[in-house]
Design a protein. Structure first.
Length: 398
């Protein structure tokens, strides 16, 4: 399962690079059309992510993951023959729809397959692979596009889905709760889909450590997403003659996040969620606030700031993934992950709209500085008031 995820993570970035090049250079689409690309990834999760989580809890997780990989393999092959932008957007939307079950199913299956005392290490390994994929994928994808064409990158991603599906099919039986046991109403009878969805929300809202971590994560993510989509504009205005800085900084962020995920995997327990989430927010915010260095600093200083931001990213995102895995009851992991994925996707759609308004009004550099300071403030509040936010006794690795 881990190898399957690693191959898919790297292949995904080949695909991202290909779509970016096709829309921006090959087809020379308008900014409006380019802005629709991230929506094809986020909107299916907003609309159907929570229903997918319920489906995961009521079905075989491994079978759903295999089905998702096969469907996405077929749709990725169709992308190879997309003649124009609207067709590609439609296929990307359908593929994102098929991906809705993947993360809840993987998270839930990991909870069943891995012993409780090793869940932190498992989450760290998945985080490490994801962030290494953000480094390796764009570098290899850019090289392949330079010597071939974007379609080759899409073909690589299709092959990755195929290999991932085959690897999952080779996994032996993993003990899971029987579907009839996975979604029960309070009277012991099988819960309806709506009832199971309500139960997922009830767990999320009533378990303090989970509710507080989710709210804190979403607030921090909203602040990050305000400026995340404006990064290209920042480099264009600060160093217009060096567009390659985008790739260097993205890679440095991925390296920082991967290094922290590796470090986290060596820990035995997490004694305080607030400490890690708060410190991670401070590191990311501090790096954002220092983005004025892009105008004057040498490359190594800029990449160092990117790595610091990456460490903060690793702290926040890897830990939150772990929290969503261990805090809900086993039989509700899929539902809770479906809800949090849906909420995260909503943030990804809404926050950049606010960011574009702020950049137009105040300028990209000022927006980065103030957003960074706001994220630092969120982190400080998390550190100072963590006992009040998360409770006097926080969850640790069981």
């Amino acid at each position: 399962m881990f190898l399957s995820y690693a191959i898919s993570a790297i292949g995904n970035w080949f695909d991202v690079m290909a779509v970016l090049v096709l829309f921006s250079f090959t087809w020379e689409e308008s900014p409006f059309m380019v802005s629709l690309v991230p929506l094809t990834y986020a909107v299916p999760s907003i609309l159907f992510g929570q229903a997918a989580g319920v489906w995961v809890d009521r079905s075989s997780k491994l079978r759903l993951m295999i089905l998702s990989d096969w469907v996405r393999f077929g749709l990725t092959v169709l992308l190879l023959f997309a003649p124009e932008a609207w067709t590609m957007l439609a296929v990307l939307f359908l593929r994102s729809l098929a991906a809705n079950v993947q993360m809840p199913a993987q998270t839930s299956l990991t909870r069943h397959a891995v012993a409780e005392e090793h869940l932190l290490q498992a989450s760290s390994l998945f985080g490490l692979v994801f962030n290494l994929g953000k480094v390796i994928g764009p570098l290899l994808g850019s090289g392949l596009i330079a010597v071939a064409s974007p379609q080759w990158c899409i073909g690589v991603n299709a092959a990755c889905f195929l290999i991932s599906a085959v690897l999952l099919m080779m996994i032996g039986k993993i003990p899971e709760d029987e579907p009839a046991v996975q979604a029960k109403a309070k009277d012991g009878t099988a819960a309806s889909g709506l009832g199971a969805w309500k139960e997922g929300w009830a767990v999320l809202l009533t378990k303090r450590s989970l509710a507080a971590s989710t709210m804190y994560f979403l607030v921090g993510m909203f602040v990050i997403q305000i400026v995340d989509a404006q990064f290209g504009i920042l480099i264009r205005e600060a160093r217009p003659e060096e567009p390659e800085l985008v790739g260097w900084i993205m890679s440095s962020v991925g390296i920082g996040a991967a290094l922290y995920a590796f470090t986290l995997g060596r820990k035995k327990e997490i004694a305080s969620y607030g400490t890690y989430l708060g410190l991670g927010s401070i590191l990311m915010g501090g790096a954002f606030a220092m983005m004025w260095l892009v105008e004057v600093a040498p490359l190594w200083v800029i990449c160092l700031c990117g790595a610091v931001a990456g460490i903060g990213v690793g702290m926040v995102f890897t830990l939150f993934s772990y929290i969503c895995q261990v805090e809900p009851p086993k039989e509700m992991v899929g539902r809770v992950n479906g809800i949090t994925n849906s909420l995260s996707s909503l943030v990804i759609v809404v926050a950049p709209l606010l960011g574009s308004v702020l950049v137009e009004e105040f300028g990209v550099m000022e927006t980065y500085e103030w957003t960074g300071l706001a994220l630092v403030a969120v982190g400080v509040l998390g550190l100072v008031f963590q006992k009040w936010i998360w409770g006097s006794r926080e969850a640790a690795v069981r």
